[in-house]
Design a protein around this ligand. Structure first.
Ligand SMILES: C[S@@+](CC[C@H](N)C(=O)[O-])C[C@H]1O[C@@H](n2cnc3c(N)ncnc32)[C@H](O)[C@@H]1O
Length: 395
């Protein structure tokens, strides 16, 4: 039956077989669904409940904003509406962000004062939302292995003056070990003779730029985790200002019996992006053979699932006892989601899945493991996303 329905879709047979193997309905990749799925925008807190502001945006976009009742601050707009040229977007009062992605951030339950780690942070849509939820206390540490992507994230933080409590590291998330600064700063006596971090400025001395350029060449060799994380941005209240370099890097987690750590960790892992219909549709232009290489190749999937598991393990290692970790991917395959969760739980007796309370009103379904969630594009009217939330019972 499924294959017959799928035959009418412009998808290669190998992809349809892949979907069937993963228990996915090929009809979700129907171009009609892609065209009818709305776009979502997130309004900055302080603006999201202002009727005047909503009306202003409606005039700017020349369309009606429909409030997403199940997700605070989110509105849907017709899929063809472009937001990038509007003043509200340019001023950082409105962001383009899929509602399912917003749900992954919301699931983390970030509150003011939390120390949050975003282990796969670039290009930063979720990081910006995390910072908005954090408000004026706590801290956020963003990590990504791709320097150019994290640099784009930094540009956004600077442009919208969002990064006051944030620091960004180019580093391998599978081995990143730096703890939030609040745990150790009190213990330091900052010696005046040592060079300390001054307030961040994009204009760095020539000597520093040269050193950074030399490091760029080796960023791609971060894989084995031997490379020191590279701090590419820090805000005035991120805890970095006033520390020496050795102090910054000493605050690291070296033992497995960690009783301090981050209150909240987001692992929005690298994946095949097959849950995004818009992404899959791009292969019509890129060529279906590219899709076979990037999504269907078993060897690549093995490498990816291994990476996802390692990111989850390390994120959990850096989580404090009683803290929460959200693992999310925009893949709908079991291998990158439930299998990773199952494997992780089997090796971590101190990890448990947590119910996502807010999800009772969300348009999603349970994953194959109870308490995990799947946003399926067909029923949720969002992009596809998998979410699992863990807590740490002991070190
Ligand atoms: C799904 S994207 C993250 C999207 C991001 N959370 C956002 O909301 O904009 C996955 C990210 O993981 C990063 N990544 C891949 N391998 C990594 C690793 N070993 N350590 C840290 N980041 C990694 C990629 O560079 C990519 O930016």
């Amino acid at each position: 039956m499924e294959t017959a329905a799928a035959a009418s879709l412009p998808l290669p047979e190998a992809f349809i077989e892949f979907l069937n193997q993963n228990g996915l309905d090929p009809s979700i990749y129907n171009s009609t669904i892609a065209q009818s799925t709305p776009r979502y925008i997130r309004l900055k807190p302080g603006y999201s409940d202002s009727e005047t502001f909503v009306s202003e945006i409606e005039i700017e976009l020349n369309c009606k904003l429909d409030k997403v009742e199940w997700l605070p601050g989110f509105y849907s707009i017709p899929p063809h509406i472009q937001i990038a040229s509007t003043e509200s977007y340019k001023q950082g009062k409105m962001y383009g962000m899929d509602a399912a992605s917003g749900a992954a951030v919301f699931a983390l339950n970030v509150s003011s004062g939390d120390h949050v780690l975003d282990l796969c942070a670039a290009p930063g849509a979720k990081l910006c939302m995390l910072l908005d939820l954090l408000g004026s206390s706590g801290s956020l540490t963003g990590v990504d292995i791709a320097k150019h992507r994290l640099a784009a994230c930094r540009t956004m933080l600077q442009k919208y003056a969002l990064g006051d409590r944030c620091r960004l590291f180019v580093a391998n998330g599978t081995s990143f070990s730096l703890l939030p600064l609040q745990n150790c700063t009190d213990a330091f006596l900052i010696e005046e003779t040592k060079e300390t971090f001054k307030e961040w400025t994009p204009k760095r001395p020539w000597k520093e730029r040269k050193a950074s350029k030399a490091r760029d060449g080796i960023t791609s060799k971060l894989v084995a985790g031997t490379q020191e994380p590279e701090l590419i941005f820090y805000g005035r209240h991120s805890g970095v200002v006033g520390l020496t370099k050795s102090e910054l890097f000493r605050i690291s987690c070296s033992s497995d019996s960690l009783d301090t750590g981050y209150d909240k960790v987001l692992v929005d892992a690298e994946c095949t992006h097959d849950g995004s219909i818009k992404h899959i549709q791009k292969f019509e232009d890129w060529g279906w053979d590219t899709l076979e290489r990037r999504i269907l190749d078993a060897q690549r999937t093995d490498i990816l699932t291994n990476l996802q598991l390692q990111l989850l393990r390390n994120g959990f290692r850096l989580l404090k006892i009683g803290g929460s970790l959200v693992y999310s991917t925009c893949s709908l395959t079991v291998a990158q989601n439930e299998d990773v969760v199952e494997q992780f739980l089997s090796e971590n007796p101190h990890a448990g899945l947590q119910e996502i309370d807010a999800a009772k009103n969300w348009p999603c379904q349970s994953g194959r493991i109870p308490k995990t969630l799947r946003f399926d594009p067909l029923t949720s009217q969002t992009s596809g996303l998998f979410i699992a939330k863990f807590t740490k019972y002991a070190a």
